[in-house]
Each structure stands twice: as C-alpha cells, then as structure tokens.
Design a protein around this ligand. Sequence first.
Ligand SMILES: NC(=O)c1ccc[n+]([C@@H]2O[C@H](COP(=O)([O-])OP(=O)(O)OC[C@H]3O[C@@H](n4cnc5c(N)ncnc54)[C@H](O)[C@@H]3O)[C@@H](O)[C@H]2O)c1
Length: 430
Amino acid sequence: MAESSRRDFLTTAAAGATALTANQTLTAGLYAGGSDLLKIGLVGCGGRGTGAASQALKADSGAELVAVADAFEDQAQSCRRRLSRSFNKEGQPDRVVVTDDTVFAGLDAYEKVIDRADVVLLASTPHFRPRHLKAAIEAGKHVFCEKPVATDATGVRSVMASTELAREKKLSLVSGLCWRYHDGKRATFEKIKEGAIGRIVAMQCSYMTGGVWDPRRTREQCSSEMEYQIRNWYYYTWLSGDFNVEQHIHSLDKMLWAMDDEPPETISGSGGRQVRTDERYGNIYDHFNVVYQWKNGVKAFARCRHWRNCETEVDDFIYGSDGYADVMAHTIYDADGNVRWKFEGEGGDMYQIEHDELFASIRSGNPINNGDYMCKSTLMAIAGRMGAYTGKKLTWEDMLNSKEDLSPPAYEWGDVPVPDVAIPGKTPFV
Ligand SMILES: NC(=O)c1ccc[n+]([C@@H]2O[C@H](COP(=O)([O-])OP(=O)(O)OC[C@H]3O[C@@H](n4cnc5c(N)ncnc54)[C@H](O)[C@@H]3O)[C@@H](O)[C@H]2O)c1
C-alpha cells in the first residue's frame, strides 16, 4: 500500500479507535511521539503474547505490529503467521507489518524489538521481565507487562526502579494482572471499599487446578540444557517463580487489592511435591498453603495446588465484620448468608479492556502506571514460595531485603545448573 494512503487510513482509523472517549478524539491519533501511527513490538511470542498483540491491535486501529521477538525462531514465526492471518485482510491495509527482517530470535532479541516500537508488549517467561522492562522504559517506550514481573526479590527491586522511571518519563505501564480490569471485580471491590461487608477481618483464596502443559521437549530434542529449561520454563523456579508465583499471583493480587495495596507484614507457609515428583517436572512444588498477616491482624489464607483428577477450586472470599464477599461470583452476602448485592453486568473482556485503557492513555497523554501493585503482588507470591521452601516465617522487610537472585551464570545456549528441589528446614533464606 502506498505510504500516503496508509497515512490517510491510519489517521481515519486512529480517529475512530474504539478505546478513545469523545473528548480524547479531539486529539485523534496524534500521540506524544508526533505520529498517528503507534508501532507495537512483541517480546515473548507464546499463547499470551499472541493474545496480547491481538488485543493491542483491536484496541487501537491506528496501531501496527512491527516486530516480534522470542527466544526461539519457531515460536516467533508461528506467532507472526497467526497474527497475520487474523489481521491482514484482502483489500485492507495490513495491520501486521512484521517482515523477515523484524522477526528476532535469541536471548537478546528483545533489544531489537524495543528499538523499533512505540509500545512494547512483554509476555516472555517471568524471569526475563525485569531486564526486558528496564530496557523498554529506559528507551522511552510504553509497556504492557504480563504478570508476574520477576521470580526473585532482586528482580522485583529492578522492576520497582523501572516503575519509578516510567512515572518520571510519563510512560504508560499497564500490568497483565487482568482482574483489575474486569468490570465485575471492579464493581465488587468498589462495594467492599464502600463498606458493604463492614471492616475486613479475614480473607481466603484458592487456586486449585489440574496444572498446565506437560514438559514440551525432552533433553534429546534440545541443543543445550538452557534450551531445555527455557522450553519447559514452567517447571523451573528461576524461570517461572514456581506455580504459586506464576498462577496464584492472580488471587494474591486480589487480597492486596482488598487491603488497599498495603503489603502484609508477615508470611509463613508450607508446600511440597506430592504428585509432580518426576525429574522432568524440574524443581517446582505442586502445592502451597500460605498465611499472610497484615499489621491490623487481618490474615489471608492462601492455598494452591496442581493435582490432576482431584477437586478443582478457584475462588476468593473476603470476610468482613458485617458480611462477606464471594469475589469470583461478584456477590456480597450479609452476616446471615443472604445475598445483599450482586453484580448484574457482563463483566467485559478484561484482556481487551487492559489494552483499550493502555492505548487510550497513550493517545490522551494521561499515562497509567500499575507498577506499584504489580511489584507488591509479585513479591507477596515470591514470599509465599520462600516461606514454604525454607520453612521460615518471613517479614515483608525480609522480602524487600532478600538477596536471592536466581539468574543463571550466563544467558547463553549452553550449560545451566539443574536446580535442586527445595527442602524446608535445609534450604536457606537468602
Ligand atoms: N494475565 C493472564 O491471565 C495470563 C495468562 C497466561 C499467561 N500469562 C503470563 O504470560 C507469560 C507467558 O505465558 P504463556 O502462557 O504465553 O507462555 P508460553 O510458553 O506460551 O510463551 C512464552 C514465550 O516466551 C518465550 N521466551 C522465553 N524466554 C524468552 C526470552 N528471554 N526472550 C523472548 N522470549 C522468550 C518462549 O519461547 C515462549 O514462546 C507468563 O508470564 C504468564 O504468567 C498471563
């Protein structure tokens, strides 16, 4: 398509971007960068990254996907193909303009995507998030940042610094803690904060499922131990944080939300590997039970497990002095168990709303910064893991000062240590 007609299209399209409010359309499309076009770059081309790119393109019709990066070429190419099929339609300007020269593979591929984009979507495995985010914010890019944001306290501190820098640079930083963008959850928390259950006295959350994908590759199918572990990232604590960090963070974030983003004071828990005992399941646990206690005495009882053929339960309850909330059901009960309030709306597509709000914030020049709570929720989840791994009661202060750094000796396609499974009472708190 000729450049002039592409520009016309982009101007018109940006003016009609669904995410913009009536007021914001006055500045239609002209974002702080001075161009109508918002160039999107994707880092981490798996399921979530592909979804996030799709939602970003739907959020703003004046945006194009210009570059993608993944540790692996096959992942990057398949994501590019899927998105091109969905967004490049006969007779219409292409929305996915990734070329052979803008598909990047390798552990430094993210740098090349960040160079080329205005908005960067970070959806690789959690371990790499702090360095990806730091590079994106230092380069002055708006970011959509999937959860969790790190796998150790060293990484969280880096993300805290990037959060601050994003604020100084007036960049948008939207977190993938998607329930905060869900209409039903937002309405429920609004009610709780208005006092609909009285004063919060306790909370309980469960994320008990059958688990996720089985290891994707064998060692024989990989060219190095580093490739093997990154292909099977979920099962390695240094890469995923363990599943209470990777997955249960969604529930813990709701506990934090209920407490007005004040972190807990102490954390103590237990966990282990009951069914995921095979060596191919790396070094993560398959169950955790953690108690978080706040300064005012409120406790959150948090449990998660990955056991197949067992009861599944994913829910969050907040108990008050005058009733309780079933957050996942968007329902508030009085002290006798009668429904006092129920959200009647649709809930909305939280994955889409995140991007609608991100792009609207960029277009309007009113940056969103979700950095504070995404760091705290990640550190809460890491604290649960460290409490269970070590068997020690930890304080928030311990966590803020933890020196744990799970980074491998080098980011190279070679050998990397095979980590041990933690043993409470033996594994030290670092
Ligand atoms: N908000 C949500 O509801 C939600 C849902 C699913 C996943 N997620 C999060 O999204 C992230 C990705 O999850 P997924 O399900 O897409 O996993 P996935 O395995 O499908 O994709 C991860 C991709 O990252 C790539 N990758 C690994 N290391 C990389 C690096 N250093 N640089 C670039 N790419 C790298 C992998 O090769 C893979 O293609 C995780 O942090 C996960 O917790 C969030």
